[in-house]
Design a protein around this ligand. Structure first.
Ligand code: 9D3
Length: 253
């Protein structure tokens, strides 16, 4: 799969793409990431890519023509590529998007900075618009990198078998269970007995219950979409009852 990133700051992407799992995937030719300077498609003496907004107001707006020339040039290279706009107004990127986009032949990421995009970029050049969450960054480069990272993990050979995508907690929609390694006691906190029992049925049951408890406590919103068995639902009802009783006791004191 080929990722094209169009940006005014192509060097922002360089070093993360050389490291660790992504770096190895690039070396092995499992993915290719090309960064492109938007200024290469700008015109005029100053090669400007932005301009003042019609109607007035602060800030600048990214001009549509350089972006259009960039998309046209990159589609000649990768005709089937989908064009993704990085912006705070986009759909919140999630694990389902990562999995779906991993089946594409190529992706073209358009990154802006504080200057917004001319609306006709959205209307005529872009297939999908993504945000990576409700916080303000200085540009779309890190979001593009985040999406590339999440998408690349799904490509065959990118992950070692130890870190498999199928065992990701987000795959069944629950948070992960607590993990422990040596020593058996650290800062007066002992490893739960069940994990030392060697009884793998009990261990698996405990881990599933911990997943449900954590998700209930930290991310109850995830439970609505989670992939839950009848057993899970029964355990969850028990946990809900327990935490409700605790809460009632505390608020009575
Ligand atoms: C919505 C705020 N805009 C009003 C003028 C200004 C603005 C602030 C920051 C426009 C762009 C940016 C830079 N952010 C991104 O380009 C961006 C982003 C983000 O800030 N948060 C989460 N996801 C993304 S994807 C692209």
């Amino acid at each position: 799969m080929i990722f094209h990133v169009v940006t005014l700051f192509p060097e922002m992407l360089d070093s993360p793409l050389r490291e660790s799992i992504l770096g190895r995937a690039v070396k092995q030719g499992l993915i290719a990431v090309e960064t492109h300077n938007l200024r290469d498609w700008a015109e005029g003496k100053h090669l400007s890519c932005d301009d003042a907004p019609y109607g007035g107001g602060d800030g600048m707006v990214l001009k549509p023509e350089p972006l259009a020339r960039a998309v046209a040039a990159l589609k000649r290279r990768t005709p089937a590529a989908r064009v993704l706009l990085m912006s705070p107004q986009g759909v919140p990127f999630d694990q389902q998007h990562a999995r779906r986009l991993s089946t594409e032949e190529g992706l073209i990421f358009l990154c802006g900075r504080y200057a917004g995009f001319d609306e006709r970029v959205r209307a005529t050049l872009v297939d999908e618009e993504f945000s990576i969450g409700d916080f303000v960054l200085t540009g779309g480069e890190l979001p593009a990198l985040v999406m590339i990272d999440a998408i690349a993990r799904y490509l065959p050979g990118v992950l070692g078998s130890a870190d498999s995508v199928t065992s990701d907690s987000f795959t069944d929609g629950l948070l992960e269970y607590p993990q422990y390694t040596r020593p058996p006691v650290f800062n007066d906190v002992a490893v739960p007995d069940v994990l030392l029992s060697g009884d793998h049925r009990r261990i698996n049951a405990w881990r599933r219950e911990q997943q449900l408890l954590r998700t209930l406590q930290r991310r109850p919103d995830l439970l609505e979409k989670a992939d839950l068995s009848a057993d899970d639902r029964r355990i969850l009802e028990g946990l809900r009852g327990e935490t409700d009783r605790l809460f009632t006791q505390r608020s009575n004191n």
